[in-house]
Unconditional design. Sequence first.
Length: 262
Amino acid sequence: MPNELGEFLRARRTDAGLAPPHHDDANRRRSTGLRREEVAAASGISVDYYTRLEQGREAHPSDSVLNALARVLCLPPDACEHLYRLRGPHPLTARGQRDDAGLLRERMTAIVTAVRPNPAYVLDRLSNMVAANAEGLDLYSGFADREPQDRNTLRYLMTDSRAQQIFVEWEEIARGAVAHLRAANADDLQDPELHTFVTELQARSPLFAEWWSGHLVERRRTSITHIRTGKGIVARRHEVFYLPEDGLRMTLWITGTSSESL
């Protein structure tokens, strides 16, 4: 049986250390790539485990291992996706790996900036804000003052009391966000990052623990949400656009359709 995963890793390892000759030294010797020991050490795995991968004796490495190997071997987006596909029957586990984090954030920031003044933000599979315009940040009181890595809409809904003051249909929205978390991660519910996030929210929110244990599954869809503002309650419709290749979704809030006094 062909060892596609091992052969791919071995080829990329051999290429990883290669550099084109200088223009003034066409005969300059090339390096011979990275050794197994170097790849293993840089990836945080044992040499024995990495050797088993190359030899086809281990065919189901975890996402964290593949992430590390892709980084060490400097795989471009398509090669990274191919690596995940060689691992096994999980074609969607490579979502979010097509671009590095910086480039992905740059792309998404350009999109949400283009739709101003409508509030908009882009979330990943754990509801972390990858990008947001100023109006989108304003929907979540306090988000503008947080570091980008601390902006998570599900954590905000479940643990920040301000969420219940802002969103009139808070329970419906929060319950839907929990259901979406499971739907967005259906391909790998044992993912360590997801497990850590779920464990945190279970400890901090009994309601989250109840809803998560209920195995609610539902993707976010368009709906009308009532938001409390300084001028009263405003009804706003939002649309959700999915970017499956990147494992992201963008929420675009449409101009308020009605309002009433508090």
